[in-house]
Design a protein around this ligand. Sequence first.
Ligand code: EPZ
Length: 418
Amino acid sequence: MEKILVEKSPPLKGNVRISGAKNSALPLLAASLLGTEDIILEDVPALKDVEIMCEVLTSLGAKVEHLDRDVIKINSSNVDKYETSYELMSKMRASFLVMGPLLTRLGKTKNSLPGGCAIGTRPIDLHLKGFKALGATIDVDHGNISAYADKLVGDKIYLDFPSVGATENIMMAAVMADGDTIIDNAAMEPEIVDLSNFLNKLGADIKGAGTSTIRIKGVKHLGGARHQIIPDRIEAGTFMVAAAISGGDILVENVISNHIKPVIAKLKETGCTVIENGDSVRVIATKKLNAIDIKTLPYPGFPTDMQAQFMALMTICEGTSVAIETVFENRFMHVDELKRMGADIKIDGRSAIIQGVKNLAGAPVKASDLRAGAALVLAGLVSEGVTEIENIHHIDRGYDGIEDKFSKLGAKIYRKTF
Ligand code: EPZ
């Protein structure tokens, strides 16, 4: 079994280059099923989840090849299968994003129902609401979900919650439907805009991505394209918090600072200096970290994917901080692990109250999900002794070479097989 070990480290200093966004790469790979000519994706992060999505595409008949460590070429002209395997779906719920493209491409799709995960039940009702509105018939049996449509016809769809995945799946089901589709209360994340830009390069006609109303005019044909994936705003935020928590000074490169405004604002509230400079952000830590409050919300609010990392920071801020999680119903799994390291945290429903402590102590801990794992690495940097993190497959799903990037900044972090 592999573990990541983190020892108390000096203030982190230096530069780190952020990889392409996991949560853009996955929908764009799924959307590549819609292309009938060569597609080249650049700045694809080397992650376990990306590997799994490539396996899914290959299993459906697409040709997928790595032209470079972060460049992938896809040709979906021979895609003829419409079923994904339980084995692949159970590895990664984002495989569910192939439903929209397969419904468009082949008029049918069959997937195993995606499982929940540590952070919540992760329902798909809004995805299915969109598919049905476009004319698809949905069947659920024996843990599989199938969708069929002789023809997809554009319609107006209201999302009860601005779900990122549902917005993406519905966009991909609507791009070649007859007529116009309007998605109201759509997710506004930068990854939605990246997907829309990519689909439009293929020949789609999508307007309004990044706002709560997206209009899609159905087209007859989608071709090929070359597309550079946007930087990962959550990886960027993670390293910005690393500077704050360790008392360091880090230049985070390949960042779109407009995508991480809430993270910048909250770090400034702790007393850190944050300097935005084109495609990089420099974070210089303050000696005394002020306690802060965060409340996670759909974009452009504070990102739920940064809640765990900020909670690690809050454990050593002076005073009482509060973290409210409104997006997922169970995203406090990292609290017990941080408490094992000496943090003083109380959970009250969707709120966590964090009393700052002087010191944390290294301990054996478990990553429950991808961002919780990152939070434990951050806490380990400032904990006396060694922090041994188990279940690091979660971390590898979302961070490309995490220990190399941290080591280059002076962190005492290494992977060990036991
Ligand atoms: C995406 O997940 C991201 N994953 C998540 O990142 C991120 O936390 C989440 O968006 C929110 O920003 C990818 O993009 C691959 P949602 P997704 O649908 O699409 C409810 C990470 O760490 N909901 O916006 O699954 C749902 O229960 C991961 O990188 C429904 O009720 O998120 C949740 O409470 C974790 N019905 C809320 O919406 C539905 O049909 C947000 O879910 C769909 C969702």
